[in-house]
Design a protein around this ligand. Sequence first.
Ligand code: 5GP
Length: 180
Amino acid sequence: MLISGEQIASRVIEMGRQITNDCGGQAVVFVGVLKGAAIFLSDLVRQVEVDASFDFIGVASYGNPRGPKQEKIWDSTGEVRLTKDVEHSLRDQNVILVEDILDTGLTLSFLKRLLLGHQPKSFRVAVLLDKTSRRKLAFEADYVGFTIPDAFVVGYGLDYAEKYRNLRDIYVLPTPPAVD
Ligand code: 5GP
């Protein structure tokens, strides 16, 4: 186990307070990145004391699927595509993009560019986890739950082949032995 459900809960309360303070009473649209950020978003929005609405956006990477096995497999090829767009225009809204994990930075760089095209009033990014050592594109989130080492993690929304999303805690998935 890397981060317990209790540690996550108290950090999410702190992040919610910080967001509430930064919002100065203005309404916010939270945009969650499917599917990994759904659980984080649902906990976070309940800790924010401003008028909040939410929407979801979906992306997929071309190339190899993510997995715990080796660098080659879970390195993205750099090609990100949209699988589900937001349902409402974000024009003139205060937007906070909510993502489970910031890794190479490719996904969030892509989404930032896309969502800035809506001409929001303000745009910020909240991530639960940040693997700073894996960055390929410079990207900094405005709110970071935990900075973690370079390991493949599951739980609290994060999956491996669609499994483990419902775990309360976050775990490092061990590298399976190589099969010839
Ligand atoms: P990036 O585009 O920053 O490389 O990757 C972000 C996406 O890769 C995340 O939204 C997440 O879906 C996936 N990802 C990166 N690292 C991990 C990890 O350790 N575990 C899981 N389950 N997904 C990860």
